[in-house]
Design a protein around this ligand. Structure first.
Ligand SMILES: C[S@@+](CC[C@H](N)C(=O)[O-])C[C@H]1O[C@@H](n2cnc3c(N)ncnc32)[C@H](O)[C@@H]1O
Length: 203
């Protein structure tokens, strides 16, 4: 959170934590004064221990089991602050994911993700478990490609820190429609994903 320059004071803000896992960021956002915290993950609350930690902290954070792609179909009101940490490289459709994040954001978006070396404008695709020996990793862009993806999806993005193969970004939602909508045939897509059942991951 520090590397992404996540706000230390969230008083009165609505916060969405996408890919919340055990809820660490969501609970910290509450501690920092957020008025409303919604935590989203594709796995249920007992999978990573969100349920037990929520009880431990006496949290009022709302948990929604959903995929990042579905967010625009779930939330009518956009969030002031959105966290998208450690999720982008797990998406088979990263731009669709960023487009969905944009549609539920009205202010600032903080991203933490993997970046790769390579020629400008490229991203690496991992068909199986070539990246981190983890079959749930799909695309890892170069840092400049990541900034271009964010700009295309309608964010003014800045890399706030890099370390190893990771980068943290601070993004502001641009005025008007996202850039891609002004350039191509593509329009925002409402995606409904059937999430049941999620099998145990195969390694
Ligand atoms: C590497 S963990 C990151 C957890 C936490 N955000 C962090 O930074 O420590 C990835 C999380 O994203 C969730 N996830 C993966 N694909 C997702 C998707 N399509 N939509 C929402 N969450 C997803 C996983 O279940 C997991 O909890």
């Amino acid at each position: 959170m520090r590397r992404a320059r996540f706000p230390t004071d969230l008083t009165g803000k609505s916060v969405l934590d996408i890919g919340t896992c055990n809820g660490g960021l969501a609970f910290e956002a509450e501690r920092r004064g957020a008025a409303r915290v919604v935590a989203v993950d594709i796995y249920p609350t007992d999978h990573f221990g969100f349920d037990r930690l929520a009880e431990h902290f006496g949290s009022n954070a709302q948990f929604v089991r959903a995929s990042a792609y579905e967010l625009p179909t779930i939330f009518e009101e956009p969030f002031d602050v959105v966290a998208f940490f450690g999720v982008l490289y797990h998406l088979r459709h990263p731009l669709l994911g960023l487009d969905a994040v944009r549609r539920v954001s009205s202010g600032e978006v903080f991203i933490e993700t993997a970046v790769a070396d390579g020629p400008p404008g490229t991203a690496k695709f991992f068909r199986r478990r070539e990246y981190g020996d983890d079959s749930s990793n799909w695309f890892v862009p170069t840092a400049d490609t990541l900034l271009d993806w964010c700009a295309s999806s309608g964010f003014d993005a800045e890399i706030t820190d890099t370390w190893g193969e990771r980068a943290a970004l601070h993004c502001r939602v641009t005025d008007g429609p996202p850039e891609y909508e002004t350039l191509s045939y593509e329009v925002a897509i409402d995606v409904t994903v059937d999430l049941t059942p999620i099998p145990e991951r195969r390694h």
